[in-house]
Structures are given as structure tokens and as C-alpha cells.
Design a protein around this ligand. Structure first.
Ligand code: HEM
Length: 478
């Protein structure tokens, strides 16, 4: 292993009033959620691969949280873990065209995502991204915010009706996020199709989304024994989507658009005048449904979990939410008026980034932080590590949302990457932030959240950063 150190960035000071009291409480009684212990030795290759299938977080040792770049031989090539802002900017921004998705990511994701935006490359990606941009512009997000608040309201009513003594909030948030996707993308309630989408998604995630040894070893074009199984299971998912799209197509597009589907059907690339083919449209919807709903559900789950560990923060969030109109017609404006709730969501995304790594393959040789990067190297930028890096954060292990409040110095742009950065930054970032903030505010305004039983929940990172168990919550109406 080789490692290079770079200049230390001084830690930012604590935030200012009007939240100084909360910051002081959290400084006095720090809240430190549990995390897997870093590896104590450099793992041999076979254990690294085994661990990547179980929990990627525990493949990294202590030095990864202190160094700026770590390189390691891996199956005949070099893997680089890049932590320094200049290195990340080189890969994701300045020389982004030299870096693409890895064969492992393509192998695992293509059967479900097809050639949608996440996996598209080069000119095809540019074309798709230009077409999709209006669907995520503020005007479209105002429509989405209305759907989000509506689904939040229905979920609260449902919780009240079903009883709130023993609630699996992870499940609740997964259903809610899928419902939001269904309404925002198709104007369709997911009562009928939601369970089928989740089942297909969960089967795929549990059985086939974990990379095997051969997935790493074989080049992208060589078939691996799991490929056929992946294609087979992905068919279930595509079939459900085809049914949803066929139902949705029975109503013609409207202007102004009712939902994302209307936007995508009528969208044209401003440069070429072309729209999406039916297959591209399906791949796009698959990509948005998968990329968008589980990640946002997890953000909501972790935010709720953290608020149970810090009741004083929870009370302040409840007070903030009580003072803001959260009805569907007001939801687009509500987001801006919830700075503390937003800060809790951002802190949850820091401590438990759903996308725990952003990985690229070097198409050609390059140089990162003075180190030669041969063609074929794999570059890992890990939000999990960056968000807990000892040179970028004060007390990175603590839950302290005040670091994201107005008045607090913003984190380094390249040290906080829950949504990535550069041309391939998450297209749904604002959508997700609005959803998580509005739903969290609505929930905490209605209920006091507590954990039933043990408080310890540890993150497991395989596809996304999930909890090791679904804890039981007690919700008490306020
Ligand atoms: C908290 C929730 C979310 C998180 C943490 C998240 C995270 C990310 C990250 C880190 C990337 C960049 C990957 C890279 O550079 O390789 C990404 C890309 C993407 N995300 Fe999200 N995402 C979230 C929500 C959403 C939502 C709600 C949507 C859609 C409605 C969405 C759609 C996409 C798409 C299509 C891409 C690929 C963009 C491209 O390659 O041009 N995501 N996401």
C-alpha cells in the first residue's frame, strides 16, 4: 500500500445564533451513533471481496479516514481511494471524460436500469441529460412538492389509524418514497403496483446486486454465471414498469405537465430536436424509480433514527415544523422555511450517505495528486469516508445538524458529496432534499418519535447504506 498526505484543512468553527443554544447542548452532551469498526489490518484480496458482499464499510481501516489518497493492487490493476478535494475534482469535474462507470457496476445494474441516464455514456448520456433537465427544473419540482406533501399527509393519517405503538419506520418510508415516485412520475397511486415493484427490487438487491469474485475478474463483455440470473430477475421489474407505462399512456400528455411522465414524453433535446424512444423512456423510468426511491427512504429512516438519539433536536424540529404551512398547495414554499429540518436531513446524509461510494474506471492514463494513474485503474471516492474524514470535519463521529445551519461555515464542496459532484451529479438531488425535508417535518410535527428496545443500529453498505435491522419505533401524537 502507498499513501500520500496533503495539507490539512482547518476545521470550521461552530454555528451562530439563533441555534447557539442547541449547538452548546450538543457540544456538552455529544450524540455519537454507532458505526462498524474500521478494519484493523489490510485485508487480503479474498477477504476484501467477501467483505464487499457483506459490508463495504468494514473493508476500510483507520488510515483511510486520515490520508488523502490510498492506492492498492487489486486483481491486476490499481485501486485508488481518493479523499483530497483536488483529486476528486480532477476525476469528477476537470477530467471527467476520462472516467466512466466500472464493468462491475454495468454488469450489476444494466439488467434493471438498461441504458437510462445512470449508465448512459458519452454523447448518448449528454443527449439524455439535456432532455431530462426540465423535468427537474424548479417548475416541475413545485408539482412534485405538492405530491410529496399529499403522500405525507396520507401516511400520517394511515399511521394514526393503524396504531403507533410499534412502527417499522423503514418500511413506512420505503412505501412512502415509492408512492411519491408513483404520483410524481405517473400520477398513479402505487397501491396496485407498489408491492410488485418493491418485491422485484428487493429480490434483485438481496440476491444479485452483491458483486461476486467473477464479477470483478471478468471484463464487462465476458458473460458471468450471474448475468443470466440478473437478466431473468430484472424481467419481473421491467414487466411491472411496462404495465404502469401502458396504463399511463391511456391518458394523453397535458400542458402544463401533470407529472414527470408528461415532461419526459414531450421533452426534446434542444440541440437535435429528438425525444425518447419507448425503450429509452422505460429505461429512464426504471432508473428514476430505482435511483430515487430507496435512497430517499433511507435518508428519511436515518433522519428519524438520529432524532430519537437527540430528543432536544427533535423538539426544535417539531417547533419549527409547527410554525410552517405544510399543506400540499404550500409545500413548495415550505422547504425554504425549514432550515433546521433541512440541516437534520443533510447531517443524516453525511453520517449515512445512501450512496456510500462513487466509483470510476480510468479510460486512459492520468495523474491524481501527483500519482500516476494507469489506464484501467479504479478510482473510489467514498462519501462514507469523506464525510467522516478527520481532516475535513470537527468531531465527524457526532450527530450535529447545527454544522449545516445558516451562519455555519459551509463544508468543503468536495468533502460533502451525498449526491456526487460535476456533470454527473445526481439529477434528483433537489427532489430528494425537498421530499426528505417536507416528510420529516410533517412526521415530527405530528408525532414524538422514540425507539422501542435497543438503541444501537449499525449501517451496512452493500448496494446502499441500510440499517443492520429495522428497529421498532413508538410514535406518540403531539
Ligand atoms: C437521498 C437521495 C439520493 C441520493 C443520496 C442520491 C445519490 C446519487 C449519487 C451519489 C449520484 C452520482 C453518482 C455518480 O457520480 O456516479 C446520483 C446519480 C443519479 N441520481 Fe441520485 N440520489 C438520490 C435521489 C435521487 C432521486 C430522487 C432521483 C430521481 C428522481 C435520482 C436520480 C439519479 C440519476 C438519474 C442519477 C444519474 C445521473 C447521471 O449519471 O447523469 N436520485 N445519485
Amino acid at each position: 500500500m502507498t499513501a500520500a498526505m496533503a495539507a490539512t484543512i482547518p476545521p470550521p468553527p461552530a454555528p451562530a445564533a439563533p441555534w447557539a443554544g442547541l449547538a452548546a447542548t450538543l457540544a456538552r452532551e455529544p450524540v455519537v451513533p454507532a458505526a462498524p469498526r474500521p478494519a484493523t489490518e489490510v485485508l487480503p484480496l479474498w477477504r476484501t471481496i467477501l467483505q464487499l458482499r457483506r459490508n463495504a464499510i468494514s473493508t476500510w481501516g483507520e488510515p483511510a479516514y486520515e490520508l488523502e489518497i490510498v492506492s492498492r493492487p487489486f486483481l491486476g490493476r490499481t485501486n485508488f481511494l481518493v479523499n483530497h478535494p483536488d483529486g476528486i475534482r480532477r476525476v469528477l469535474v476537470d477530467n471527467h471524460a476520462n472516467y466512466g462507470r466500472t464493468p462491475v457496476a454495468i454488469r450489476i445494474l444494466r439488467p434493471v436500469l438498461g441504458d437510462g441516464l445512470f449508465l448512459a455514456d458519452g454523447a448518448a448520456w449528454k443527449h439524455q441529460r439535456r432532455i431530462m433537465a426540465p423535468a427537474f427544473a424548479p417548475r416541475s419540482l413545485d408539482v412534485a412538492a405538492r405530491h410529496i406533501a399529499q403522500v405525507a399527509e396520507e401516511t400520517m393519517a394511515d399511521l394514526m389509524a393503524r396504531g403507533t405503538n410499534a412502527v417499522d419506520l423503514l418500511r413506512v418510508m420505503q412505501r412512502l418514497a415509492l408512492e411519491v415516485a408513483g404520483r410524481s412520475f405517473f400520477s398513479q397511486a402505487m397501491r396496485e403496483h407498489g408491492p410488485a415493484v418493491r418485491t422485484a427490487f428487493e429480490h434483485y438487491g438481496q440476491r444479485l446486486a452483491r458483486p461476486s469474485f467473477l464479477d470483478f475478474l471478468l471484463p464487462a463483455e465476458a458473460p458471468s454465471p450471474l448475468d443470466a440470473a440478473r437478466r431473468w430477475l430484472a424481467r419481473d421489474f421491467r414487466r411491472v414498469l411496462d404495465r404502469i407505462i401502458a396504463e399511463r399512456r391511456r391518458t394523453p400528455p397535458q400542458d402544463p405537465p401533470r407529472d414527470l411522465f408528461d415532461v419526459l414524453v414531450s421533452a426534446r433535446d434542444p440541440e437535435t430536436g429528438q425525444g425518447f424512444t419507448p425503450v429509452q423512456l422505460r429505461d429512464q423510468i426504471a432508473t428514476l424509480t430505482i435511483a430515487g426511491h430507496e435512497t430517499t427512504a433511507l435518508t428519511l429512516f436515518w433522519s428519524c433514527y438520529l432524532l430519537t438519539l437527540a430528543p432536544e433536536v427533535q423538539e426544535e424540529v417539531a417547533a419549527e415544523a409547527a410554525a410552517v404551512e405544510l399543506a400540499p398547495e404550500a409545500a413548495a414554499r415550505a422547504f425554504e422555511r425549514l432550515p433546521l429540518t433541512q440541516a437534520v436531513v443533510q447531517e443524516a446524509l453525511r453520517l449515512y450517505p445512501p450512496a456510500f461510494t462513487i466509483v470510476r474506471l480510468a479510460r486512459g492514463p492520468d495523474e491524481i495528486l501527483g500519482q500516476a494513474v494507469p489506464e484501467g485503474s479504479v478510482i473510489v471516492m467514498a462519501p462514507w469516508i469523506l464525510h467522516r474524514h478527520k481532516k475535513r470535519w470537527v468531531h465527524p463521529e457526532r450527530f450535529d445538524p447545527t454544522r449545516f445551519l445558516p451562519g455555519a461555515p459551509p463544508p468543503d464542496r468536495y468533502a460533502y458529496l451525498p449526491f456526487g459532484i460535476g456533470p454527473r451529479v445526481c439529477i434528483g438531488a433537489q427532489f430528494a432534499l425537498i421530499e426528505a425535508t417536507v416528510v420529516l417535518a410533517r412526521l415530527v410535527r405530528a408525532f414524538r418519535l422514540e425507539l422501542v428496545g435497543p438503541r444501537r443500529v449499525t449501517p451496512v453498505a452493500v448496494v446502499t447504506t441500510v440499517p443492520d435491522r429495522a428497529p421498532v419505533f413508538r410514535l406518540t401524537a403531539r
